[in-house]
Design a protein around this ligand. Structure first.
Ligand SMILES: Nc1ncnc2c1ncn2[C@@H]1O[C@H](COP(=O)(O)OP(=O)(O)O)[C@@H](O)[C@H]1O
Ligand SMILES: [Mg+2]
Length: 596
């Protein structure tokens, strides 16, 4: 899969700074901010550089000349410069950090907006933990780059050029020491920098692994505890953490070495220069102030080089992040609206036809989930789909909602191929109660209203009543305002199902898809919900996947499926004589009823 997010390989890291360029598109809307920030940057750099001249004044005019008044005025001059520097730094820091936060917020939104429209199979091929880490870690890295590292690098570059110019003006001979020292410092930078970057990206991957692992365990905590696997999971998690630590250790060792060698080389060069300059001052070839200014500029230059060394590595890491984010942003959904969508007929008819349908899940290319399905669903009728688990019943619903496109054949909705309809038009006509109901970590209002966001409270309550959910909702600690927990953990399976049912009822769709919507209900509430469903199905095309005979018996048409194929179709009566599989399913059902 070319589109999938793969762990960052070193080879991708080496794409280097060029891959940061597309990020410029996100900075473009804030051109004015960038301009002001750059102005502030320029001012602070110039002021920093002129402080060297202030130092020279203070030494030559004050200390050496021994003049009180000259000393005072040069100190005032110095303080003035420092004040200007403080103001400039405030502006630069504020503007640049603002820019970093703004751009990463925009990138997060863009990535999320892209993700949310992607075809569902994309998420089967890519781990969600990995995608989350793109949204958080990678964008945070970019934010720190744009907000601080980049401006640091730029400032250091300006300082480097400025300091070098001032050095050359002050004393050419001494500058030679610097010019030898700086390239020497660059050698370890280049040598270690590469290793640091590689390890840094491994480090990030292993942190993402930790997150994914912990997330899964926490979600399935009850399974872990009921199998008493706590110790096993502790050990397995510890392994993951230690792997991450080992990688981090190697990275920080390299990085410490890098910083240490840069500092040693740079400051050694300064020391040698001080020795040589000191001799010049003693012999009178140079003023003390000049040497002071010279040392100031030399330190500034050394620090600039050090900063660039650090930032360069970070920029490269950010380039890796940028590459991955841009990859995500450029994934195209495989399920998209047709360029010229067919008009959705609103003649109250909803005839659904499956024609020569053949489908396998993209993640399982060689097992066909549906095979040679030919089926016509008449409008306004109740169609029950029965069959052993794994027969492809749920898959049929997923194709109908166009979460996947079939490899062969087609699905027609009122004679229009569903791939020719606007996705939102198609999905708006359908309401689903999935096999395992999905609730959001919010209150009851939010969860039921998901079916119709603009619904009034009265409408929500009415839908809940029809789904026989109202009674138990009222008994929750805060009624409809009760928080349901992550994925509705604070409800029983049957309660979740009834909330999901209320949601579908509120949507009031033309086509109702019920996937074992009553499977988790106890006999009594099932009876009640059944009555509600019966009423709901009137004048509505309803496809209902069911295991219980009571549900199936009243269907206008029963479709028997096995191994991804439709084996028989008919009514309860006709199938009892014509279909061996249906007979067997019924017998099992009756046995079950006896047990109740
Ligand atoms: N997302 C998926 N990726 C790969 N295979 C799947 C996926 N969902 C279901 N399957 C497989 O497709 C077949 C049909 O599944 P499904 O339609 O859920 O069966 P049923 O609803 O009849 O129990 C099964 O063999 C199942 O393992
Ligand atoms: Mg199913």
């Amino acid at each position: 899969m070319t589109n999938s997010v793969k762990p960052n390989t070193p080879n991708k890291q080496e794409k280097a700074l060029k891959s940061l360029l597309p990020i410029l598109a996100f900075i473009k809307p804030y051109k004015l901010m960038v301009f002001y920030a750059l102005m502030a940057l320029l001012v602070t750099s110039l002021v920093s550089l002129s402080i060297g001249q202030g130092v020279k004044f203070v030494i030559d005019k004050g200390f050496v000349a021994g003049s009180q008044s000259e000393l005072q005025s040069s100190i005032f001059f110095l303080i003035g410069l420092v004040a200007l520097l403080a103001i400039g730094t405030f502006c630069r820091f504020y503007l640049m950090s603002w820019l970093g936060e703004r751009v990463s917020a925009d990138i997060r939104k863009t990535v999320f907006n892209r993700l949310i429209t992607l075809h569902p199979s994309y998420f089967e091929e890519n781990r969600s933990g990995e995608l989350m880490s793109r949204l958080t870690t990678d964008t945070t890295l970019l934010q720190s780059i744009i907000g601080s590292s980049f401006s640091m690098a730029l400032r250091s570059l300006l300082m480097l050029v400025g300091a070098l110019t001032m050095l050359l003006i002050t004393n050419i001979n001494l500058t030679m020491y610097i010019l030898i020292g700086v390239p020497l410092a660059l050698i370890p930078m280049i040598f270690h920098g590469k290793k640091v970057r590689k390890l840094a990206s491994h480090s990030q991957d292993s942190i993402a692994d930790i997150g994914t692992y912990a997330g899964e365990i926490i979600q399935n905590i009850k399974v872990v505890q009921s199998f008493t696997h706590e110790n096993k999971e502790k050990l397995a998690f510890a392994d993951e953490v230690e792997i991450a630590f080992d990688i981090a250790k190697r990275r920080i060792r390299q990085r410490s070495l890098l910083i240490a060698s840069v500092i040693f080389l740079a400051f050694s060069a300064i020391s040698v220069m001080l020795w040589s300059g000191g001799r010049d001052v003693i012999s009178g070839a140079m003023s003390a102030g000049d040497l002071g200014a010279f040392v100031f500029y030399a330190i500034m230059l050394a620090m600039s080089v050090g900063t660039i060394a650090e930032v360069y590595g970070e920029l490269q890491r950010a380039a890796g992040s940028a590459t991955r984010l841009l990859e995500l942003m450029s994934v195209d959904s495989e399920i998209i609206d047709p360029s010229t969508p067919a008009q959705m007929p609103d003649n109250k008819e909803n005839i659904i036809e499956f024609k020569q349908l053949k489908f396998n899940y993209p993640s399982r290319p060689d097992v066909s989930a549906l095979n040679n399905i030919n089926l016509t669903i008449p409008t306004g009728k109740v169609i029950a789909i029965v069959g052993p688990s794994g027969a492809g019943k749920t898959t049929l619903f997923e194709l109908l909602q166009r979460f996947y496109d079939p490899q062969q054949g087609s699905i027609l909705f009122n004679n229009a191929d569903i791939t020719q309809l606007k996705l939102s038009d198609l999905r708006k006509t359908m309401g689903t109660v999935p096999q395992s109901p999905i609730l959001f970590s919010s209150n009851v209002w939010h969860n039921i209203r998901y079916g119709k966001p603009e619904a009034t409270e009265a409408e929500v309550i009415n839908a809940a009543k029809r789904a026989h959910a109202h009674e138990f909702i009222e008994q929750l600690p805060e009624g409809y305002d009760s928080f349901l927990g992550e994925q509705g953990v604070r409800l029983s399976g049957g309660q979740k199902q009834r909330i999901a049912l209320a949601r579908a009822i509120l949507k009031d769709p033309a086509v109702l898809l019920l996937d074992e919507a009553t499977s988790a209900l106890d006999a009594e509430s099932e009876h009640l919900v059944q009555a509600a469903l019966q009423e709901l199905m009137i004048n509505r095309t309803t496809l209902i996947i069911a295991h219980r005979l009571s549900t199936v018996m009243h269907a206008d048409l029963i479709v028997v499926m096995k191994y991804g194929e439709v084996i028989d179709t008919g009514t309860h009566k006709s199938l009892l004589t014509s279909s061996a599989l249906y007979q067997r399913l019924c017998e099992l059902q009756f046995d079950q009823n006896k047990e109740l």
